[in-house]
Design a protein around this ligand. Structure first.
Ligand SMILES: C[S@@+](CC[C@H](N)C(=O)[O-])C[C@H]1O[C@@H](n2cnc3c(N)ncnc32)[C@H](O)[C@@H]1O
Length: 240
């Protein structure tokens, strides 16, 4: 679980560490050495571990939610693509679900170690019955926030990766528009220059504000961005 230690701001993390070098060898390929070196030299990895968070991506949601203040005490949050669970940890803390206010429902195709204060469903979100299972868990209640950090495994082929990612965002949005309460917030990982045009048009129609954010913890070389949609107008206004 998380400690009481507050994670430092993203900007204060840059430029603090001494660089560690990792050698390649019989048991370590060049790419695995490079990965390890990047992990060891990454201040976000170190700080996430020290603060008791499960992944460096925690700093992305902290930065985004500090700006939009979506996860308020008592809120209902659905976290799509939650494993290993750092966004779920933040959601539990912010909605105070352990103090029986608020609810956090997390789901991933991979297993996730339990996080007290959250409920977890292991399933493929692209499966036909995925939405139904989440609706059953919600038991007729609306959600205040839908998060999607889902990322399809990259194939190395940009066009294929693009299609796979857009598909996951479309599915997340299709779910979000069914469950979001009025004024609800939808935050999703998108790639390659922002949200696909047709989807972006739908978001602009359905929410009062839509913007793209690249949190400081998102690696510069990664095409990843987040679309942050606030002020859901209601299901009937989101068709199209
Ligand atoms: C970047 S990770 C999420 C990290 C998480 N937000 C955290 O901070 O701990 C993306 C997740 O999306 C999940 N994912 C990818 N495709 C999925 C699918 N079709 N259904 C459910 N989860 C999926 C992956 O298994 C992976 O755990």
């Amino acid at each position: 679980m998380t400690t009481d230690k507050k994670p430092p701001s993203s900007s204060s993390l840059r430029g603090r560490m001494k660089k560690v070098r990792v050698k390649t060898g019989k048991k370590r390929t060049v790419s695995s050495a490079r990965w390890l070196e990047r992990q060891l030299n990454d201040p976000y990895v170190k700080q996430a571990q020290e603060s008791g968070y499960r992944a460096r991506s925690v700093f992305k949601i902290l930065e985004i939610d500090d700006k939009v203040k979506a996860m308020k005490p008592g809120a209902i949050v659905v976290d799509l693509g939650s494993t290993p669970g750092s966004w779920t940890q933040v959601a539990v803390e912010r909605v105070k679900s352990l103090a029986s206010k608020g609810r956090v429902i997390a789901t991933d195709i991979l297993p996730m170690e339990p996080i007290p204060g959250s409920e977890f469903l292991q399933m493929d979100f692209t499966a036909n019955d995925a939405v139904e299972k989440l609706l059953t868990l919600l038991d007729g209640k609306k959600a205040d926030v839908v998060l999607s950090d889902m990322a399809a495994n990259t194939t190395g082929q940009r066009s294929v990766d693009h299609i796979n990612t857009v598909y996951l965002v479309e599915l997340a949005w299709d779910f979000a528009r069914q469950v979001l309460d009025k004024d609800g917030v939808f935050i999703a990982k998108v790639f390659q220059g922002g949200t696909e045009k047709n989807l972006l048009g739908q978001f602009k129609k359905a929410f009062t504000a839509v913007k793209h954010m690249k949190p400081a913890a998102s690696r510069k070389e990664s095409p990843e961005l987040y679309v942050v949609c606030t002020g859901f107008k209601g299901e009937s206004d989101s068709e199209g």
